[in-house]
Write a protein that binds this ligand. Structure first.
Ligand SMILES: C[S@@+](CC[C@H](N)C(=O)[O-])C[C@H]1O[C@@H](n2cnc3c(N)ncnc32)[C@H](O)[C@@H]1O
Length: 248
């Protein structure tokens, strides 16, 4: 029998993005950041396989540090930066976002797509701030309620999966309270969710074919399908929102 985590990582193999997002969205969020040069340093937190990290390196000449806890994703990113001859600009570390050991005020820009939920937006934005230089930028995407009054079925789902999900207004208030000034925010387009879900649909089908006798595999398959079906049904109510802010 496969362990649940093995099944998860068979599906989440890093070949495509590990959360809703796209290169267009990474570029759009980066367009709000000013003054990044070859002297700047960027930190990408929860980089995963690093498709957005590579795009950041394409967009500017800054040095980039990328951290994640899943070593196979970091190995994949390492191979991709070597192929693209970016290795001299990159530092890759297996490190938890909750236990970062960088000196204070190390970074001009802290980036994190679809990962801050691992310690929660509230805690994350407060803790990340210490590592930003004065006037440095924070750019994070986070699951958010897009409008009030979401139906009970989808509220129950999020309360079980990630009770930290909040409204856009509350997230902006949390950024302000943590010591950031607002720069911009925008909801990711539906296409960014399909870019995440569509390749995964094929991978969960393959996973089930390989392990069809394993009840854990069938349960895991049903869970992934359920999440996707809820997204199709309720996507007007929630989404990922990119928040771009500046350290006050
Ligand atoms: C949904 S994925 C997003 C990955 C990538 N940013 C993207 O958009 O494709 C979340 C990532 O957070 C990483 N992660 C989970 N807990 C973490 C932690 N405490 N510190 C650092 N990374 C963590 C996971 O390994 C995973 O790669």
């Amino acid at each position: 029998m496969m362990e649940r985590w093995d099944l998860f990582f068979e599906v989440h193999n890093g070949e495509t993005r590990e959360g809703p997002g796209s290169l267009e969205t990474t570029r759009k969020a980066f367009s709000y950041i000013k003054g990044i040069s070859s002297d700047s340093v960027i930190l990408d937190i929860g980089c995963g396989p690093g498709w957005q990290t590579l795009e950041l390196a394409r967009l500017c000449p800054a040095r980039v540090t990328a951290i994640d806890l899943h070593q196979p994703f970091l190995d994949l990113l390492r191979r991709n930066i070597e192929v693209r001859s970016y290795a001299d600009r990159f530092t890759i570390r297996n490190m938890s976002m909750g236990e970062m050991d960088f000196p204070a005020e190390s970074f001009d820009l802290i980036w994190s797509e679809g990962a801050i939920y691992n310690i929660g937006f509230d805690r994350g934005v407060r803790e990340f701030r210490r590592f930003l230089k004065p006037g440095g930028y924070l750019a994070v995407s986070e699951a958010s309620w897009l409008k009030p009054g979401a139906p009970k079925e989808i509220r129950d789902f999020w309360n079980a999966e990630y009770p930290g999900i909040d409204t856009i207004g509350h997230c902006l208030e949390k950024l302000d309270a943590a010591g950031y000034g607002p720069v911009a925010h925008f909801a990711l387009p539906d296409a960014d969710w399909f870019a995440y879900y569509d390749p995964m649909k094929g991978r969960i089908d393959d996973m089930l074919r390989r392990h069809h006798d394993d009840p854990d595999a069938r349960e895991y398959y049903a869970m992934e399908r359920h999440e996707y079906k809820l997204f199709e049904k309720y996507r007007e109510w929630y989404g990922y929102v990119f928040y771009i802010a500046k350290k006050k």
